[in-house]
Design a protein around this ligand. Structure first.
Ligand code: IPE
Ligand code: IPE
Ligand code: MG
Length: 247
């Protein structure tokens, strides 16, 4: 059963996990799993566009991932550069805007150059947005936002009398991006691993045992179907959400 357009999430965020295990199961080096993972990224970007999902965020590299062996980190950066170079034409053709979240200033210069180029070349598109979480960590995001907020208060652009979430969240990396409606994690792990902790406050979660290189368009559609059957209550009661009874 496919979802009706009304039940399509506006923003799907994905923790792409399991590349290493996919490779290990086949006696291949971990990097081979990452290579296959890039193929999945390509097909899932297309699939999300076809499903009518307006924002897709992909967790590609966490602040903690620097702790991996240097060779793996280097290979991941190389793949990221390769992806950006190769995909830019496709993003432009499909009118997909690219945004990033995370401390991208600390990525290698070659990656930064290609990122900037792709972000600038796609900045005018409004229909679909691909957000890459790169050198991202929710805790570092809070630290960066608190620093930006303090600077705004010091310069008089923000006031300490304003205690609203809206005025604080303006300083998060995601200021221009709606909160995720659906967070998917592949590979059977049931944890959030420092991903969008604040923005996912009311997200629905779908965990699947499928390893990221094996994740298909059908798996994405299935997760969206699960989402469509959930009742999002945002703190209210189920009865409150039903249309008022007419007498
Ligand atoms: C996800 O796959 C990719 C990144 C975190 C960059 P993993 O590399 O974490 O794969 P597993 O969890 O070891 O199987
Ligand atoms: C989360 O996966 C980060 C990304 C998918 C980029 P990890 O594989 O790094 O997470 P943990 O270490 O298993 O929690
Ligand atoms: Mg992992």
């Amino acid at each position: 059963m496919s979802s009706s357009p009304a039940s399509i999430p506006t923003h799907v965020a994905i923790i792409m996990d399991g590349n290493g295990r996919w490779a290990k199961q086949r006696g291949l080096p971990r990097i081979e799993g990452h290579r296959r993972g890039v193929e999945t990224v390509r097909s899932i970007i297309t699939a999300s566009r076809e499903l009518g999902i307006r924002y897709i965020t992909l967790y590609a590299f966490s602040v903690e991932n620097w702790k991996r062996p240097q060779a793996e980190v280097g290979a991941l950066m190389g793949l990221l550069e390769y992806f950006l170079k190769k995909e830019l034409a496709g993003l432009v053709k499909d009118k997909v805007r690219l945004l990033t979240i995370g401390r991208t200033q600390d990525l290698p210069e070659t990656v930064r150059i290609h990122l900037q180029k792709a972000v600038e070349a796609t900045a005018g598109f409004t229909g679909h947005t691909l957000v890459l979480a790169l050198n991202y960590g929710a805790r570092t995001e809070v630290v960066d936002a608190a620093r930006a907020y303090a600077a705004a208060v010091a310069s008089g652009q923000a006031s300490l009398n304003d205690s609203s979430w809206e005025s604080f969240s303006r300083h998060l990396y995601t200021a221009a991006i709606p909160d995720p409606d659906l967070v998917i994690r592949t590979s059977g792990e049931m944890r959030i691993s420092n991903f969008l902790l604040l923005q996912a406050a009311y997200a629905e979660f779908v965990f699947t045992p499928v390893l990221w290189p094996d994740f298909t368009k059908e798996d994405l559609a299935a997760a969206v179907d699960v989402y469509a059957r959930r009742e999002r209550r945002f703190g209210q009661t189920s009865d409150q959400l039903k249309p008022a009874a007419t007498s």
